[in-house]
Design a protein around this ligand. Structure first.
Ligand code: KG4
Ligand code: ZN
Length: 366
């Protein structure tokens, strides 16, 4: 039996829509689109929630028409097959932004008489690495994928999560202050680089010396699996304040060296903590996903370390590292099969949601 889902993602500054279908273990993307607001937020150096929401409102309807047409979907029917449900990100994220997607989903399910699936944004990132691309628009779940250990690194989150099975999550550790992507964005601002900072810093770092500065690797020796990146950002601030950013001048330092040393400190920390969790959980596979998973150094260094300990790393495809609706649809397919559907009245956007208690069957443990 095939399942077909329309997915909507508007939790931050990307408007994502996708139609995905699961048929005998194969997941196909029938159509998808991501409209990024990066250029708009680059002007203000960060995301302003009301501005993000207004943009989602502006583009959502034309994009919806476009992808429904592409998937030959009309009024909830797709080439004679009915659409089974609509999956939407309900949080965590920016409330004004989330509310646009949630309201659109509510209206569509009310009109089309379909069930709705609420998806936790981090579930989406998890599934983007859990499923493996067969071709650019076809994915499958490789056998022996559980238990999985995931490192989710984005602009809003840095988390280590254990998945014993589908839709079951246990948070092993998370950041106590800034997320890894947020640290990239803030350090980029200190270096006068554009938003988002991750790609700009990693590009600059290619020409720098990662050992030029011995920035702190925060909490690397703590026995828990939590992270903290605000001290690292402060260390960069002081390094810049105490010297001039000019390689040519005596005592001057190069922004390339700062970028490379900062990136190395973040990557060393993420890799060390993931290895610590790996030894504890002994998972069948390690997953890496989220916006920062696009970072080449992180992908390379984590793969080397996990493989040297006999493990396997599965990284989200680059096209699914940033926010998108395909990953929300991927969760939706498994959630629908598990009966995790709601009626439109009970759907609500939330700025913060605990992923462990979000789904039935997942228990919080210490
Ligand atoms: O997952 P995402 O698109 O949005 C959130 O849910 O936050 O992640 C965006 C974050 C931004 O902080 C951006 O600077 C970071 O991912 N990022 C990177 C790279 N590409 C994007 N960080 C490091 N290296 C990259 N290549
Ligand atoms: Zn995200």
């Amino acid at each position: 039996m095939s399942i077909t889902i329309l997915a909507i993602e508007t939790s931050c500054d990307e408007t994502g829509l996708a139609v995905v279908q699961k048929d005998h273990g194969e997941i196909k993307v029938l159509s998808q689109v991501v409209a990024s607001q990066v250029d708009i937020h680059a002007e203000t150096g960060g995301v302003i929630p009301e501005v993000a929401a207004r943009e989602h409102v502006k583009v959502l309807r034309p994009l919806l028409q476009k992808i429904l047409k592409e998937a030959s979907l009309d009024k909830g029917r797709l080439g004679g097959i009915s659409l089974d449900a609509i999956a939407v990100t309900v949080g965590p994220g920016l409330i004004p932004a989330l509310a646009v997607g949630v309201q659109a989903a509510r209206t569509l399910v009310y009109t089309w008489h379909k069930p709705i699936i609420s998806v936790h944004h981090i579930e989406g990132h998890l599934y983007s690495a859990l499923l493996q691309p067969l071709q650019p628009t076809t994915y499958s779940l490789p056998p022996n994928s559980f238990p999985a250990l995931a490192l989710i690194v984005s602009g809003g989150h840095t988390m280590l999560i254990e998945m014993q099975n589908h839709l079951q999550y246990r948070v092993l550790g998370e950041t106590r202050d800034d997320a890894a992507g947020e640290a990239f964005d803030k350090v980029a601002r200190l270096l006068d680089l554009p938003y988002p900072g991750g790609p700009a810093i990693s590009q600059l770092a290619e020409r720098g010396n990662p050992e030029a500065f011995n920035f702190p690797r925060p909490m690397i020796h703590s026995r828990d699996l939590d992270f903290s990146f605000s001290g690292l950002k402060t260390a960069v601030y002081y390094a810049l304040r105490n010297s001039s950013l000019d390689k040519g001048r005596p005592g001057g330092i190069s922004s390339e060296d700062v970028a490379a040393s900062f990136q190395q400190a973040v990557v060393d920390t993420l890799v060390a903590k993931t290895l610590q969790a790996y030894k504890k959980v002994q998972p069948r596979v390690v997953l890496l996903a989220g916006g920062v998973a696009a970072n080449t150094l992180l992908r390379r260094q984590l793969q080397t370390v996990i493989e040297s300990h006999g493990g396997r790393l599965r990284v989200a495809p680059l096209s699914l590292c940033g926010d998108n609706a395909v990953m929300i649809g991927q969760v939706g397919l498994f959630a629908f099969a598990a009966g995790r559907t709601l009626s439109w009245q009970t759907l609500e956007a939330k700025a913060r949601i605990d992923i462990e208690t979000f789904t039935p069957g997942a228990a919080r443990s210490g």
